[in-house]
Design a protein. Structure first.
Length: 77
């Protein structure tokens, strides 16, 4: 019969991996929250702040997020 147990890992390595996993999960939550805010609540102010004067000429990001609001069923008008 074969032994399928994993070799023991040092306690310090497990704790370090958990801290790294928590940091990565926090980063994902922050980015996800930012995306949800931009798509559902922002009315173009963040895009205008990033793109400046080019936002008025090329309104692609605003239209993309606007269509995302309609797709998500969120009120936007």
């Amino acid at each position: 019969m074969t032994d399928t147990t994993l070799p023991p890992v040092a306690l310090g390595a497990r704790i370090g991996a958990r801290a790294g996993d928590r940091a990565l999960a926090s980063l994902y939550l922050l980015l996800g929250g930012l995306i949800v805010y931009l798509v559902l609540f922002d009315q173009g102010a963040a895009v205008a702040a990033i793109l400046g004067a080019a936002d008025g000429q090329r309104n692609y990001l605003h239209e993309l997020f606007h269509d995302g609001r309609h797709l998500a069923g969120a009120p936007c008008h």
